[in-house]
Design a binder for this molecule. Sequence first.
Ligand SMILES: Cc1ncc(COP(=O)(O)O)c(C=O)c1O
Length: 366
Amino acid sequence: MTDKRNFTSIVEDLPTAIPFVGPEAIERRVGRTFDARLGANESAFGVSLKALEAMRDEASRVAWYNDPENHDLRGAIASHHGVGAAQIVVGAGIDDLLGLAVRLFAEPGQPIVASQGAYATFVYHVHGYGCEPVTHPYRDDRNDLEALAAAATASDAPLLYVSNPDNPAGTWVEASDLEALIDRLPETCTLLLDEAYAEFAPASAIPTMSVNPRVIRFRTFSKAHGMAGLRVGYAICDEQVALGFDKIRLHFGVNRIAQAGALASLEDETFIRTVVRRVEKGRAHYARIGTSLDLSTLPSATNFVTFDAGSRTRAESILSSLQDRGVFVRKPSEPPLDRCFRVTVGTDPERDVFEKTLTELVRSGA
Ligand SMILES: Cc1ncc(COP(=O)(O)O)c(C=O)c1O
């Protein structure tokens, strides 16, 4: 019997290739484990011991469903940012919330604006909801805010996505420029401001504005907090927008161990300061490696550094040679950043493995 069922036309048109080939999948394919896992911008600096204790304790209560309102965590996040709990939406990482934001504001077929080569999961959601990405290239390896605002106006897009600091560049734009961008946006357009790397950024890159109805800001416990596998992130937004999220979010999607761990980590500010300092030290180490090998590095306000290999071909060859030698890194796929490869700040021993391997490669002509 032939199968009479059809996927929706949106799903039918989606590519089967997905942008989430994890390091585990690569390890399975090449039949070895990586010596240095420096490609996914995870934290190399562990998790707050207070958070670990809270999670261990909460594990004894996993027979119970989680609090679907994320009440305690939302309250703590709200006081951390000086906003109301009704302006916080908790989700299973920024990735989850970005998908919900697209679903909230964009009809299938509508354009959504982002930089060419912007964070792949966002673009995945744009396609997943049947929307059309409208992109503009990075300028000087930064989000080109003026061009993005012009594209949003010209295309009448309901959404404009900017990550600041940016992945995959690592660069950042100043808060004053973001504020000017917001003023310039059409009234029907919402700015999705992805601040996954905010903890690593200079204060001048993070807007101090109170909640703006035209902006949804996204934060995560995956980077500085070292909890990528826990899956917790949040949006800071206008109350009406938060009510919209409430209509479509998975209310039991953030498990109770994650809720308890995130809450304890948020309160452990000393731990976060230590992580930020270690990341700064690691970024400086990478800059020195770049200088010694004649590979320039882009300025970074994140937990990774983007190395400029000069051409796409060379960047691809360095990336695959590093992976063959047990060092997992990634690279941007779209021009102009496709000439680069991107390396997460690892521990001292991981950075030494990377330095030794890259030096051997470059000295042998890579
Ligand atoms: C810009 C950006 N946004 C979001 C994420 C993912 O955040 P989460 O783990 O909270 O889904 C990443 C992770 O690499 C990222 O680089």
